[in-house]
Design a protein around this ligand. Sequence first.
Ligand SMILES: Cc1cc2nc3c(=O)[nH]c(=O)nc-3n(C[C@H](O)[C@H](O)[C@H](O)COP(=O)(O)OP(=O)(O)OC[C@H]3O[C@@H](n4cnc5c(N)ncnc54)[C@H](O)[C@@H]3O)c2cc1C
Ligand code: SF4
Length: 467
Amino acid sequence: MTGYNKRETKYPMPVQDPFERSRNFSEVALGYPEETARLEAARCIHCKNRPCVNGCPVAVPIPEFIGKIAEGEYEEAYQIISRASSLPAVCGRVCPQENQCEKYCTRGIKGEPVAIGRLERFAADRHFSRPHTAERPVSNGHKVAVVGSGPAGLACAGDLRRLGYEVTVFEALHAAGGVLVYGIPAFRLPKEIVAREVEELAALGVDFETDTVIGRLYSVEELKTELGFEAVFLGTGAGLPRFMGIKGENAKDVFSANEYLTRANLMKAYEEDAETPIFRAKRVAVVGGGNVAMDAARTAKRLGAEQVSVVYRRGKEELPARKEEVEHALEEGIGFKFLTNPVEILTDPDGNVCALRCAEMELGEADESGRRRPVMKPSSEFEFPADCVIMALGTSPNPLIRQTTAGLATKPRGEIAADEGGRTSLEGVFAGGDAVTGSATVILAMGAGKAAAKSIDEFLRGVVKKP
Ligand SMILES: Cc1cc2nc3c(=O)[nH]c(=O)nc-3n(C[C@H](O)[C@H](O)[C@H](O)COP(=O)(O)OP(=O)(O)OC[C@H]3O[C@@H](n4cnc5c(N)ncnc54)[C@H](O)[C@@H]3O)c2cc1C
Ligand code: SF4
């Protein structure tokens, strides 16, 4: 049974019924049918100043591709998007459009903005629904190593291969895709979509070496000196979870969202015959308010939890998660405890988590991010029962690369220091994505991978001698 998404334009997106979907891992949003896509595309008034394009981090030519959809020229629409974006089927599904292109859409001034993300997804899904063959570019004889296969690495690898470089992607995990495969659940981003992007790159001639940890098997230096790569791109992401440092956090039923989601997504722990176990708790508390927290909460629900609560120290308006994900979580029965901060995780005599002790918060002065700082209310502590706690408090880059790469400059919080073209302190070594910015978004990581590919090309053609 399907329903319709609440955050609606005139032409709603069909979605799986909330009750049904909270028990399966199939995609929630079902995509526009052709007729709806054309009607929605016809809402675009092709503004001369193109405010939507200015709101897009990679400047996708939005009115142009929407115009093609309105005319029924879907492949052309896809080709227009592809000039700026390497992952349209992914970005159409997971970009925070309400803070980017759609935020600036003129149609949104009096009513709903044009559903740009949904139209992007439509064009991409049409493209992939037809057989097409990728033409292998002729090699220019230069070898580039890409470390990490998330959106930054995939975008960099694709652009360089199209320019003729021989590209090898080294990935620590057994599957390529980064957070797109191990973090974002299949009910938001089906894994076949990421797999076909990877297959398309492989068909172009990009070589994928999975189960290969750079900094262990080879150092960054050895990629150049022993394996003969002339440039290296580091797109290693920010996979190291943060914790609160509160009492009880080391109890066995406390997980980082990264571990919990990796077990569910990459290792398919929800399947009956899965080799990787996952704790199917009854009462789950998820601490945090971003996309990761929503994904963890909705995964716990699908794994059979009777009560799932998102514990967030600010209010609903301040939730950093995509609006659509919050709406979907609410529809699926996820509870929210706003203005609430855990101060201790309580365990029973056997060491099992049994409750969360929290304090009530209120919003004080704005902090350096411009958001009002949550302040603890005196004598406001209370307990609520939980048998599993999932921490979704953000992540930092894994220290392995910086610890094993002499001379690689990093920032105080451990991110790799790189300029807007991805140039690091080391000659021939480039970086981009979450490894440089800390945890951010798919589109920013993809844009950084593309920018670095351009810099690598300039570097190897001798246009720029030293990065
Ligand atoms: C659960 C979750 C939900 C999210 N939801 C959204 C969303 O809805 N919208 C959005 O825009 N963004 C979302 N994000 C953020 C987004 O996914 C990231 O910003 C983006 O994936 C970063 O891309 P990246 O290529 O820099 O790194 P990653 O995607 O993290 O990829 C890095 C890759 O490098 C590999 N690697 C690391 N170290 C090494 C090494 N030493 N050797 C070899 N390989 C290595 C890792 O295994 C990984 O595969 C979400 C993140 C998470 C965790
Ligand atoms: S701002 Fe909105 S209406 Fe104007 S061109 Fe962009 S998508 Fe179309």
